[in-house]
Design a protein around this ligand. Structure first.
Ligand code: HEC
Length: 108
């Protein structure tokens, strides 16, 4: 039993040590998965999980030609039937959600 605990502790410390290198990558990935989470919670009801649901006149995000900065402004301040998110999400969360929207773009 004790030996098993020790082995587990050793394994944990080894795998911790090996993540020291690609730390920025890991951070970027968790920001992206956070963006996806925020998108599914706040945006998917109109835009759909893939961005192409089009409820309430929402545009297909996969076809959007807006730049990243324009999307951030739009999500922050809202437009038409889309409400502003500046009191709902932090600027960092808005960036994360917009970065997720940009992964929904269709190729081409
Ligand atoms: C209540 C429904 C609704 C919700 C919720 C919603 N949107 Fe929208 N969204 C719209 C509508 C409607 C438009 C079109 C607005 C217009 O152009 O008049 C739009 C447009 C957009 C556009 C611009 C697309 C383009 O090319 O013009 C982006 C980007 C966008 N939404 C992102 C988001 C994000 C990110 C969220 C969540 C934080 C979100 N939306 C939540 C309804 C919604």
């Amino acid at each position: 039993m004790n030996r098993l605990l020790l082995a587990t502790a050793l394994l944990a410390s080894v795998s911790c040590g090996s993540t020291a290198g690609p730390a920025p990558d890991t951070a970027a990935m968790s920001a992206e998965s956070k963006g996806a989470e925020l998108f599914n919670a706040n945006c998917a009801l109109c835009h759909g999980r893939k961005g192409d649901l089009g409820m309430n006149g929402a545009k297909d995000l996969g076809l959007s030609t807006l730049t990243r900065a324009e999307m951030i402004a739009m999500v922050t301040n809202g437009k038409g039937a889309m409400m502003p998110y500046k009191n709902v999400l932090t600027p960092k969360q808005i960036e994360a959600v917009v970065d997720h929207v940009r992964t929904l773009r269709k190729a081409g």
